[in-house]
Design a protein around this ligand. Structure first.
Ligand code: MN
Length: 382
């Protein structure tokens, strides 16, 4: 069920004037800008509303079945930055593109990222059009302009910036999370053939900015408190992070114990009534860099983060093949196709394929939290 907060506002007591007014917006930006105290107050008020039998009966008129609503992007997104924070993903992908030097010299010193486009971010359920681009067949001298034949998904976590940071001021690592409103699921659709030709020397561009799908739910960091985890334990031979990217608190609890999964349903599987095929299963606490480190690094030159900015974590992969968060890794660059339940195989995504991302936190003694779904179906190229 979805609760219409605007309609139920009179029942949300005592929320306070500012958060109550912020909830009237069509998007969450006004609420996000108020910072963690406002979202905490709203969460308490909602919890009280739905736990109190009398109030919950009154609130029932403002609940709508989720199947009957159209899910939209919850935020007016400003800037979108996508990181590359899984060392397993970076190593696997690096090996395919540069066998002699999979990890670049900077990888263990700073969380690598690129600037994506907010204009092509869509909510779960929106169709994704196969992009065309410049593709150079192997052995050829010149590229052609053609539909991507190596279309991939990337299993990622997104983080929305709530209260803005100040231009010119680096956010100290232990204050970084106070700028995070919450997290969502994110699919960074990627055209590997376009990427292979265009990415040097400035990184990904048109291979990734044709579409990014997010789940329409934002789970606040407060709700994730029971699922905190230590930051990734680096091997002793790795360099320690520079002081502005490290703190005792970050080392002890900078991680988030979220299990992420990606499933595939092809049009044939759908027609035959077959269930989804699991492609990926990984954990966010295996990321080499934490959310706090990403924010501390992003602002370390004085670059301000604004309310509604979206940070992608980068593909969340683990050390084993079945924990890989994209087809490029799972199929070793297309060399080892994945069998599908109807006797077919996949190297990269085909038209009609639907990719479904899910996320879940669980811990004994606590109520598990799901992150909803992030779905997208591939449409043929124009
Ligand atoms: Mn990505």
């Amino acid at each position: 069920m979805v609760l219409d907060i605007t309609a139920a506002a009179a029942l949300l007591d005592p929320l306070g004037r500012e958060p109550a007014e912020a909830c009237r917006g069509e998007r969450l930006n006004a609420l996000m800008a108020l910072g963690p105290d406002a979202s905490r107050a709203l969460r308490r008020a909602l919890s009280r509303l739905l736990c109190d039998a009398t109030l919950a009966r009154q609130a029932a008129q403002f609940l709508a079945p989720i199947a009957g609503v159209e899910l939209l992007s919850p935020v007016n997104i400003g800037d979108y930055t996508d990181f590359y924070a899984s060392i397993f993903h970076a190593t696997n992908v690096g090996r395919l593109f540069r066998p002699d030097q999979p990890l670049m010299a900077n990888y263990k010193w700073l969380p690598v990222a690129y600037h994506g486009r907010a204009s092509s971010i869509v909510a779960s359920g929106a169709p994704v059009r196969r992009p065309r681009g410049q593709i150079r067949p192997s052995g050829a001298d010149a590229p052609g302009y053609a539909p991507s034949a190596r279309l991939d998904y990337e299993l990622e976590l997104g983080a929305f910036i709530g209260s803005a940071s100040v231009s010119g001021q680096a956010v100290p690592i232990d204050q970084a999370e106070s700028h995070v409103f919450g997290v969502c699921l994110l699919n960074d659709w990627s055209a590997r053939d376009i990427q292979a030709f265009e990415y040097q020397p400035l990184g990904p561009f048109l291979a990734k900015n044709f579409a990014t799908t997010i789940s329409p739910w934002v789970v606040t960091l407060e709700a994730l408190a029971p699922f905190r985890a230590p930051a990734f334990e680096r091997p002793p031979e790795d360099p320690p992070s520079l002081p502005h990217l490290s703190s005792a608190r970050n080392t002890a609890a900078g991680g988030l114990g979220i299990e992420l999964q990606a499933h595939l349903v092809s049009s044939e599987m759908r027609a035959q009534g077959l269930g989804p095929l699991r492609l990926s299963r990984s954990r966010f606490d295996q990321m080499y860099w934490t959310l706090a480190q990403m924010i501390a690094h992003h602002t370390s030159n004085g670059c301000p983060l604004r309310t509604g900015d979206l940070l992608g974590s980068g593909t969340v992969s683990g050390p084993e093949r079945r924990q890989a968060g994209c087809l490029l890794e799972i199929t070793a660059g297309g060399a080892e196709p994945v069998p599908t339940p109807n006797g077919g195989a996949r190297t990269f995504l085909e038209d009609g394929d639907e990719v479904i991302l899910t996320g879940r936190c669980s811990r004994e003694g606590f109520v598990p939290i799901g992150l909803g779904e992030c779905r997208g179906t591939i449409m043929p190229a124009v």
